[in-house]
Design a protein around this ligand. Structure first.
Ligand code: PHB
Length: 389
C-alpha cells in the first residue's frame, strides 16, 4: 500500500512538473505597426523576433510567447490593448511603446495590475516616474542632448537655434540642450517647436535662417528625420553656413542612407549606431539584416532587443516566477553587453544607464553611417540626476 502510494505521489509530482514545464509566459508587445511611426514598430518587432530566434523560446522551463498588437500610434488604442492583454491574455509583461504618450497611457494599468511595463522606444525623462512597474531599455533625450551642447561649445559654436517636435521628448531635448549650452556661455537665439503630427518645417526653417545662428540643433522622433532633411535642403539651409547638429533620432539608421550626401559631416549624439565597432554589434547587425531582407537595424531595434533580454534574464532570476514585484526586483541593477555597448538598469530609477557617442555622418562602403568618434561613458538620465541633487 505504502509503495503504491509513493509511486502515485511520484507520478503526481512528475505530472505537475511536466505541466509547469509547458506553462507559457506571455509578453504583450504593443507597437505602432502602421501610421507615421510604423518604422519603429517594424524595427522593434524584427528585433524581438531575432532575439527569440537566437536565444530560443524557453526560459527557466517556461515558453515565452510574444503577442504583438498594433496601436497605430494612438494612445487610447494602446491603453485598450494593454487592458485586454492583462485581463484576457494574462500577460506577465507589457512591452514596446513607440512614442511617449503611448508609454504614459499604460502606466496606470501596469501599476494596478502589478505587471512590468518594459519601455523599448519612448524617451521622455518622466516616463519611468509614472509607475514603479516601468523599466526602460531605450534612452532619454537629455542623455543625448547634454553631450551635444557640450561638444558644440567646445567646437566654437556660440549661437544656436533649437528646433524640436512639440511634445515630451522634444521639450526635454530643447531644455536640456539649452541649459547646458547657456551654462557654458552659449546663446540660444530661438527655441522653435514644430507640431508632431503632419509637420511643416518650412516656416520654422525660415525663422531659423533669419536668426543667423552658428548652428541649428534639431530633434524629431525616429521616422520623421527624412522629411525634415528634405525641407532643410529645399529651403537652402544646407548652403546657408548654418551647421546642422542633432540628436541621433534625426540621423536615424533606418532613413540615413536615403537622406543623401548632404548629410555627410553632420555631427550628432546618440546611444546606438549600426556602425558601432564591437563583435556583439557586428553579429547583431549581420543577423538582423539576414532575417529582414537587408534592413539595417536602428536604435529602436536595439531598444527592443535589449528589452527582450531584460524579460529573459528577469525570468531566469525568478526561476520562471511571474509575480510582478519579483520581476521588478530582478530587473533593478541588471547589467549586460548590448549591441550598443555596456548598459545597465539604474536600481534607483529603473531607467537605462548607457554610453553616449558623438558621431559624424560619413560614407563607409558606399553607404551613409553615423561614425562614432568620442564616447561619454555610463550616462544616467541628466534630468533625474539634477532632481536628486
Ligand atoms: C518618444 O515619443 O518618446 C520618442 C519617439 C521616437 C524617438 C524619440 C522619442 O526617436
Amino acid at each position: 500500500m505504502l509503495r503504491r502510494g509513493l509511486i502515485a505521489a511520484a507520478a503526481a509530482t512528475l505530472l505537475a512538473s511536466a505541466a509547469q514545464a509547458q506553462e507559457t509566459v506571455k509578453v504583450g508587445l504593443i507597437l505602432p505597426m502602421t501610421g507615421p511611426s510604423a518604422s519603429t514598430g517594424k524595427q522593434i518587432d524584427a528585433a524581438v523576433k531575432l532575439y527569440q530566434a537566437v536565444n530560443g523560446t524557453t526560459v527557466a522551463g517556461k515558453k515565452v510567447e510574444v503577442i504583438l498588437k498594433d496601436d497605430t500610434g494612438v494612445a487610447d488604442i494602446t491603453k485598450r490593448l494593454a487592458q485586454e492583454l492583462v485581463v484576457n491574455d494574462k500577460v506577465a509583461f507589457l512591452a514596446g511603446f513607440g512614442l511617449t504618450p503611448l508609454a504614459l497611457a499604460v502606466a496606470p494599468i501596469a501599476t494596478q495590475a502589478r505587471v512590468p511595463e518594459i519601455v523599448m522606444a519612448a524617451g521622455t525623462s518622466t516616463i519611468t516616474e509614472a509607475s514603479p512597474f516601468i523599466a526602460r531599455t531605450s534612452f532619454t533625450l537629455a542623455q543625448s542632448s547634454v553631450p551635444m551642447a557640450d561638444w558644440s561649445i567646445k567646437n566654437g559654436i556660440k549661437k544656436v537655434v533649437t528646433l524640436v517636435s512639440d511634445y515630451g521628448p522634444g521639450i526635454d531635448a530643447e531644455k536640456s540642450f539649452a541649459e547646458k549650452f547657456k551654462a557654458e556661455g552659449g546663446t540660444i537665439a530661438e527655441s522653435l517647436r514644430v507640431p508632431l503630427r503632419n509637420p511643416d518645417f518650412a516656416p520654422f526653417l525660415q525663422k531659423a535662417a533669419d536668426a543667423k545662428p552658428d548652428a541649428l540643433f534639431v530633434f524629431v522622433p525616429s521616422g520623421f528625420g527624412a522629411q525634415f532633411v528634405k525641407q532643410f535642403v529645399e529651403r537652402g539651409l544646407d548652403k546657408s553656413g548654418i551647421k546642422l547638429i542633432a540628436t541621433g533620432d534625426v540621423t536615424d539608421d533606418d532613413q540615413l542612407n536615403g537622406m543623401g550626401d548632404v548629410m555627410i559631416g553632420v555631427i550628432n549624439t546618440h546611444n546606438y549606431s549600426a556602425a558601432h565597432d564591437s563583435p556583439a554589434n557586428k553579429a547583431f547587425v549581420e543577423a538582423f539584416k539576414k532575417a529582414n531582407n537587408g534592413m539595417r537595424p536602428n536604435f529602436m531595434a536595439v531598444g527592443g532587443y535589449d528589452g527582450m533580454h531584460l524579460v529573459y534574464e528577469a525570468l531566469k532570476k525568478t526561476g520562471g516566477a511571474t509575480d510582478g514585484e519579483k520581476l521588478m526586483a530582478a530587473i533593478k541593477g541588471m547589467a549586460w553587453e548590448s549591441p550598443r555597448g555596456p548598459i545597465s538598469i539604474d536600481p534607483d530609477t529603473r531607467d537605462i544607464i548607457q554610453n553616449i557617442y558623438v558621431r559624424k555622418v560619413d560614407k563607409q562602403n558606399g553607404e551613409l553611417y553615423n561614425v562614432e568618434f568620442a564616447t561619454i561613458p555610463n550616462v544616467k538620465d541628466p534630468v533625474k540626476a539634477a532632481k536628486k541633487n
